[in-house]
Every structure is written in C-alpha cells, then in structure tokens.
Design a protein around this ligand. Structure first.
Ligand code: MG
Ligand code: ZN
Length: 210
C-alpha cells in the first residue's frame, strides 16, 4: 500500500506542476454515492460557466451517465470508468488531461468515484478537496470517516431542505467537523431549493483567483 501511494504521489506532483504552469485550479470533489455531487455540479456550472472556463472529469465505476448530464451544461467533460475501481488515481488524471486544452481552462473539477474512504487517500494533483455530505447520510459520518473531512478544504452539507424529515443533528455535525478540521469551510446547500448555492459559488470563484 505504501509503495502504491508513493508512486501515486509522484505522478500527482507532476500533475500539480503541470496544472500550476497552465494556470488551472483543480478541485477534487468527493462524497458518497447519492450525496448529490453531480446535481451540485450541474447547479454550480449553471452559475459559474459564464464567468470562468470550466472543464469536468467524471469518475464512475461504469457508464457515462454523469458525463452526459454535465455535457448538457455546455462544458468540456471527460468520463473515466474505473471498471470496479473505487477511486481515481493520479495516473488516470494524467492520462485524460492529455486530451484537454489546459491553457484554456480556469477551473478543472474532478468528480471522484462515490466513496467516503479511499478517494481521500489518493492525491490526484488537485489544489483542494471538497466533500459533499448529504443530510440523509447521517450526522455520524464525519467521526466515522475522519480522513476525508480532515483532507477537505470545504464540506457541503447537502440536501439541507430534508433536515426536518431526519434526525440529523446539525449542531453536533458542525462541532465534529470543526473538531476534526478547525479551518474547514462549511456550506449548507440544497439543489432543490437553491439554498446556499450562491454562497458556495462565490467561495469557489474566489478559489480560482490565484
Ligand atoms: Mg455522480
Ligand atoms: Zn479505492
């Protein structure tokens, strides 16, 4: 495992150098299956695609369903199928980036395979990681899967409109997140009501101005 991660880190460092030289900011978007990553991405693209040039890499075990959804937003998108693999690694990103015009891109969003575990362990050369945690997943997830929340610069507490229908304890979830990662930025979002999306997009846009 150490050797695999060591080899991955070397390629990730090369990716990061390449992205930086081309002026591309890269966000590694992670979260469980069904947390709402792709829908959040659609809403994000609708708000930002006329302000900055965005490209998307979609990671899924199988199918191009998510890439087809993103394509409808009018941005360049590449689908990676891991054929059972539970995370993206730096070599997969390096390979597909050869077919992207990086010089023309301000923000590259990589939607990782739906999984709260190993996507957090594999550096792909991103500038920062973001994790989507939906209310329906439960407030115990930060303490159960600490690495992904420690590694992420930002967490989106998504489907916040469903809060009244669950026993999700927002206060304790926020406390756990702040204990694990005191500087983590927390947004409460809903792609159904639109809550928090403007704040999230403003924050994301700021992150591209480096
Ligand atoms: Mg998806
Ligand atoms: Zn994995």
């Amino acid at each position: 495992m150490k050797n695999i991660l060591g080899a991955n880190d070397e390629i990730a460092a090369a990716n990061r150098k390449n992205f930086s030289a081309r002026g591309v900011v890269v966000m590694n978007l992670m979260g469980s299956p069904g947390s709402g990553k792709t829908t959040l991405l659609e809403k994000t693209l609708a708000r930002l695609a006329d302000k900055i040039k965005i490209a998307v890499i979609e990671g899924d075990l199988f199918t191009a369903k998510d890439a087809e959804r993103i394509k409808r937003a009018g941005v360049d998108v590449i689908q990676i199928n891991t054929a059972g693999g539970c995370h993206l690694d730096a070599a997969m990103i390096q390979k597909v980036c050869a077919s992207l015009d990086l010089d023309a891109i301000d923000l590259l969003i990589v939607e990782n395979v739906g999984n709260l575990v190993c996507p957090a362990e594999f550096d792909i050369g991103e500038n920062f990681k973001a994790v989507v945690l939906s209310i329906t997943e439960g407030d115990d997830k930060p303490l159960k899967y600490p690495l992904i929340f420690k590694e992420s610069a930002v967490v989106l507490l998504n489907k916040i409109d469903l809060l009244p229908f669950t026993n999700f304890d927002l206060k304790s979830a926020r406390e756990d997140l702040s204990t694990l990662h005191p500087t983590i930025k927390i947004f409460e979002t809903s792609c159904t009501t639109g809550a928090g999306l403007d704040e999230w997009c403003t924050w994301l846009l700021e992150r591209t101005k480096i």
